[in-house]
Design a protein around this ligand. Structure first.
Ligand code: NIG
Ligand code: FE
Length: 406
């Protein structure tokens, strides 16, 4: 019987494998081939040495192009209804994101639109985005809830995330973010909302999620509230991750380290001590360059985190408020041009770093045993990703051994 996840990708001029224990070491091979069986990489090496048994597999000859591991987008809010183009325009005119949220707009306006949308409608809208992301090389994507903020809609969002993973050839990792902000109906009863998140909402959502996230910031949940929610998540089998110190330094990165979070994301306002705590805890720092671009905010210094010994990832944060961006290759370019990472560090952060931020050690890398996810670039070298930031350089995309792009 033919194996749909079997393929040899050959004629690779430059192959980024990330097959090294050193972060940022892309472990590049030249004139290489990758053999995939049943969706899993079985062999990587010099093409002339391709073992006999793999010579009969279907071949994708990339004619000297560069190949990189599939991108791992470790932070998205891609399931939502409506848009906030008006808010974006007002922000360009000087309005503050926090002020819109405090006035009942911002995230809360997306909550209203998402609550009003049916499950099929949410799937259709998000599938459109996720398909574009896949064609742009993202083969693993984290998707958060957080625009429901009631038991029923939070569950619906997580069901939508799972349906996307079944309907599209992309691997979906679901995160429960009931603690995105306090919804309007609980505005004067914050404690009651935290009780709801830790109790009935967690009970309903935990079976559909792998991670529990909290927006720990001045406009959302304080450190004590966030700790309670993350601990409730841990008690329900959810691993913690945190939207940390984005708008101001409230101690969220410290909390992430304290609870052993897999990742701490944003980190616009962290101190050297905070970074040392993340490094010590083994918490991955996820930087989101699209947010700085869209918010016209200073870019956090990802290189400082890297040099402090923190494992660094980059992701899109695709969401209708702070960064409606879908292309990981553009994030690689922004992180290299604006956040102090070298091109190699930036690409590593978008692939292997993302995999580690999702505790998925079998991807973001091309070694035997890893998932057969890769991106063929219409370019001779990965350096072209930041060098030519506005060109669509993704040629073909292979997800679990199947050619899915173009
Ligand atoms: O990651 N910071 C909080 N949450 C999202 C924004 C969500 C929104 O504005 O809709 C973020 O930037
Ligand atoms: Fe986010």
């Amino acid at each position: 019987m033919s194996d749909p996840g079997a393929l040899v990708v050959g004629g690779i001029g430059e192959l980024v494998t990330n097959a090294s224990d050193v972060p940022g070491d892309l472990a590049v091979l030249h004139d290489a081939a990758v053999a995939i069986e049943a969706g899993t990489v079985v062999w990587v090496g010099d093409e002339t040495r391709l073992p006999g048994p793999y010579r009969g597999l279907p071949v994708l000859d990339v004619a000297g192009r560069a190949v990189v591991p599939g991108f791992v987008d470790a932070h998205t809010h891609v399931v939502f209804a409506g848009d906030r183009a008006d808010e974006f325009a007002r922000r360009l005119g000087g309005e503050r994101y926090e002020d819109r949220l405090a006035a009942g707009g911002g995230i809360l306006s997306t909550v209203a639109a998402t609550r009003a949308a049916g499950e099929d409608e949410l799937v259709a809208q998000a599938a459109d985005r996720v398909e574009r992301m896949l064609r742009a090389g993202t083969t693993t994507i984290e998707i958060k809830s957080g625009y429901g903020l009631d038991v029923e809609t939070e569950r619906r969002m997580l069901r939508v995330a799972h349906r996307l993973g079944h309907e599209l050839p992309v691997d979906v990792v679901a995160t429960f973010l009931g603690a995105h902000v306090v919804p309007a109906e609980y505005r004067d009863r914050r404690d009651a909302y935290v009780d709801l998140v830790c109790g009935p909402m967690m009970d309903a959502c935990a079976p559909l999620a792998e991670f529990c996230d909290v927006f720990c910031d001045e406009a959302a949940f304080d450190v004590d509230e966030s700790r309670r929610i993350l601990e409730a998540g841990i008690a329900h089998g959810l691993r913690p991750r945190v939207h940390a110190d984005q708008l101001s330094r409230v101690g969220a990165a410290r909390l992430a380290a304290e609870v052993g979070a897999v990742a701490a994301d944003h980190l616009d306002h962290v101190s050297d001590e905070d970074l040392a705590a993340l490094a010590e805890a083994g918490t991955v720092a996820v930087f989101l360059p699209g947010v700085s671009l869209s918010m016209r905010a200073p870019y956090p210094d990802a290189r400082r985190a890297w040099d402090a010994g923190v494992t660094v990832a980059i992701a899109t944060d695709c969401n209708p408020g702070t960064a409606w961006m879908e292309r990981m290759s553009f994030m690689v370019a922004l992180a290299a041009i604006e956040m102090g990472l070298t091109p190699s560090q930036s690409l590593w952060a978008a692939t292997r770093g993302g995999a580690l931020a999702l505790a998925r050690p079998d991807r973001g890398r091309l070694m035997p045993g890893d998932r057969g996810d890769l991106v063929v670039l219409d370019a001779p070298s990965h350096l072209h990703i930041p060098y030519r930031p506005d060109t669509d350089l993704v040629g073909a995309v292979v997800a679990a051994g199947r050619v899915v792009g173009r």
